[in-house]
Design a protein around this ligand. Sequence first.
Ligand code: GTP
Ligand code: MG
Length: 221
Amino acid sequence: MPPHFLPDGAAHVHHPKRERKPGEALRVGIGGPVGSGKTALVAALCRELREDTSLAVLTNDIYTTEDADFLRRHAVLPDERITAVQTGGCPHTAIRDDITANLDAIDDLIAANPPLELILVESGGDNLTAMFSSGLVDVQIFVIDVAGGDKVPRKGGPGVTYSDLLVINKTDLAPMVGADLEVMRRDAAAVRDGRPAVFLSLTEDPSAAPVLSWIRGHLRS
Ligand SMILES: Nc1nc2c(ncn2[C@@H]2O[C@H](COP(=O)(O)OP(=O)(O)OP(=O)(O)O)[C@@H](O)[C@H]2O)c(=O)[nH]1
Ligand SMILES: [Mg+2]
């Protein structure tokens, strides 16, 4: 599928919350800073879910279709189940402000792969301020990593605070960068008001077990 492009003149607008109708695919947004492991997580989830779930992936990159190309190269799903939006500008614009290119790409995925149960939407790597519009996804995961230091949850931001699931990835690197996981757990809990946060190391747990079971729970409910 060719990539979609974001039209010029995108503005920060509020979209009404999407009402998911019975039988419609669950849309899960996956956001977070550059390089935190979003695509690696998407790949892991596809490998685990594809045997028993009809799913598709939409990636957002600024100037390329790098992440979609990576997923196709590693054949985590058949080609027609992977598509991309080239956002051209700040990554958050396409997932929060002018979401039309993403909505069009999702329509294409739905039309090409009936019936779909799950659509994973990866945001372009941004900073701590990017969140998905609730007009685009039903639930969202925010992925940070320990390599940026154990201060990251304390710095807060909407993804760290309000995402439906916070994933603190690359725990295998914690000793290398002197990151204290207990500090990260405590600082995340302090701002999340009971919303879940999980630790992950995709190199040590390629099945992404805690994220997988969270998504399976949403698919069942
Ligand atoms: N050590 C370690 N490396 C990881 C882990 N998860 C991902 N990586 C590596 O981190 C790098 C970035 O991972 P990506 O999945 O491309 O990150 P991303 O968030 O999709 O990056 P952007 O889309 O560019 O923002 C890759 O080299 C991954 O192999 C992990 O748990 N541990
Ligand atoms: Mg990526």
